[in-house]
Write a protein that binds this ligand. Structure first.
Ligand code: FDA
Length: 512
């Protein structure tokens, strides 16, 4: 028997001894016919698993907190690492790969959501997806909503623990800003809520990346009041239609326009209708919390150059706006939001930066030149800040990217095909080149980044010997000065560094 089979038998035996598991339908070892499909079902990025040397010893899909407690107890006993997965959308796959023997605790069965329409709150279990959360809220009310990302298959476990930016963030802040309680299983296997975990740990899991501190099993969130009808538009402009100049102008209004309006441009490549050659286009994706008659004067005052007309706009309910931004048909069934199948699975690599001064037109043209060199599918998304995001202090939560940012620039390259794995290096080198080009246009000291767009190029912990100095390289980029407090919390709640990954917060050791 191989070492990994022995470890696996010990671990499963231990789970049985804990007699907490009616194990039949929540444990998947490699012998189980569903093991591979469960493993791969929520992998959004195909790249990490394709280069990972190991597969998990087993996957556990708990239905109760007590089963996670058993998983933690047994993993500690046998020195096995736990990777926690909610929606599986981690950009570097850290919820389902590891270089040392590991089990995946996959929370797909912990997806209960209870909405309290009177108190405007909800408890949502960490394994729910954003789509399931949005669907449940809309089932109860047309005028309640939640602020979080636009992709319905993203898991609330990972998403909220890293921040959570969405189309209403200029009005309501990040998802973490609306968290009022949480339940977490700590390294001692205890289930803690806000009161019993204390304010330090409660602070840390709201933006510090949950994976460093325990296994979050549920969040209690505030629900937000929205109008019965909101307005959406997606206006696309090519270079011939002055896309560069429009994007340049957008930078001057993005963060200070009426906070009910969020205009999030996305740059992509398309084939020119004239000569078939690839060219750049910019789509201005927008949500306005109000009717079209209220929106048009706002646009006329602040961004007349875009030339928005009434016909470009559609009034919809908030939940229909979610369909719209997920590229689903408005008017179709909202039940599509319940699908957990990732929308566009591919090999991809992404990066993020924060922009504090508008990039000149020449600077933008330089970006276009680099984009046109790449043959993969490229998307550059510019997420505006300002509004409520700027009013919350940098230290209120570990998510520090607040006042002073005009927008976050997030760029991704995706590729596929038979040679996808062999071609990875080429695409990764390209995105690194774009990142180098952007250096003179984006924040410095630190060159900030968003942890939910995780990027291992920023640095990784040494397995077995993580150091504060090493981790502060990327820790300062994701968390700015909050990194120090995150390290203090980690040292207090998990000094043996049981919950760890390539970019987890390290505890202080005697050599630090
Ligand atoms: P996953 O399960 O992979 O977890 C991510 C990390 O959190 C891992 O380290 C994991 O171990 C840890 N973790 C997960 N559940 C945990 C739990 N219960 N307790 C402790 N740790 C846990 N972001 C954004 O702000 N706005 C957006 O609009 C989008 N849109 C978007 C679209 C697409 C297609 C992708 C792939 C990603 C995004 N994101 C995003 C980024 C997204 O917020 C980020 O990848 C989240 O970490 C994903 O959370 P999941 O639970 O899906 O991932």
């Amino acid at each position: 028997q191989s070492d990994s089979t022995l470890v696996q038998e010990d671990y499963v035996g231990c789970l049985h001894c804990q007699s907490l598991l009616s194990t039949s339908n929540i444990i998947y070892t490699p012998k189980n016919p569903s093991y591979l499909s469960i493993l791969q079902s929520s992998e959004q990025n195909l790249r990490p698993a394709s280069i990972s040397p190991l597969k998990p010893i087993l996957i556990l899909t708990p239905r109760h907190g007590s089963q996670i407690q058993a998983a933690v107890y047994c993993a500690k006993k046998y020195g096995i690492q736990i990777r926690v997965r909610s929606g599986g959308h981690d950009y570097e796959g850290l919820s389902y790969i590891s270089s040392i023997p590991f089990v995946i605790v996959d929370l797909r069965n912990l997806s209960k959501i209870s909405v309290d329409t009177k108190k405007h709150t909800a408890w949502v279990q960490a394994g729910a997806t954003l789509g399931e959360l949005y669907h449940k809220i809309a089932e109860k009310s047309r005028t309640l909503a939640f602020v979080a990302g636009t992709c319905p298959t993203v898991g609330v476990g990972g998403h909220i623990s890293g921040g959570g930016y969405g189309m209403m963030s200029r009005k309501f802040g990040m998802a973490v800003d609306q968290v009022v309680d949480a339940k977490i299983i700590d390294v001692n296997g205890q289930i803690l809520d806000r009161e019993s975990m204390g304010e330090d740990l409660f602070w840390a899991i709201r933006g510090g990346g949950g994976a460093s501190f325990g296994i979050i099993i549920a969040w209690k969130i505030n629900l937000l009041s929205v109008p019965e009808n909101v307005t959406v538009f997606n206006l696309t402009k090519t270079l011939d239609q002055n896309a560069t100049q429009l994007l340049h102008k957008w930078q001057y209004i993005a963060d200070n326009i009426n906070r009910n309006l969020l205009i999030r441009p996305t740059v992509t490549m398309t084939n020119s209708s004239e000569n078939g050659k690839r060219t750049i286009q910019v789509t201005f994706n927008s949500l306005f919390l109000g009717g079209v008659d209220e929106l048009l004067p706002v646009m006329q005052r602040s961004f007349p150059e875009l030339g928005l007309e009434k016909e470009d706009c559609t009034e919809v309910s908030w939940i229909e706006s979610i369909l719209y931004f997920s590229d689903y048909h408005i008017g179709g069934s909202v039940d599509v939001l319940l699908s957990r199948t990732p929308l566009g699975r591919a090999y991809f690599k992404g990066k993020s930066d924060f922009v504090k001064q508008p990039i000149s037109e020449n600077g933008l043209k330089g970006i276009w030149e680099i984009l046109l060199e790449e043959m993969g599918v490229v998307e550059v998304q510019l997420s505006p800040y300002g509004g409520r995001l700027s009013e919350i202090s940098e230290s209120a939560t570990p998510f520090p990217h607040r006042s002073g940012n005009i927008y976050m620039i997030h760029y991704v390259v995706a590729w596929g095909g038979e040679d996808a794995n062999a071609e990875s290096r080429k695409h990764i080198n390209w995105i690194r080149r774009l990142s180098s080009y952007l250096a003179s246009y984006v924040s410095e000291s630190p060159r900030a980044a968003y942890i939910n767009y995780r990027d291992l190029d920023l640095g990784v912990n040494s397995e077995g010997n993580p150091s504060y100095n090493q981790a502060s390289n990327w820790g300062a980029k994701y968390f700015k000065n909050n990194f120090e407090r995150l390290v203090r919390v980690k040292t207090k709640v998990d000094p043996s560094n049981f919950f760890r990954n390539e970019q987890s917060i390290p505890p202080l050791s005697s050599s630090d």
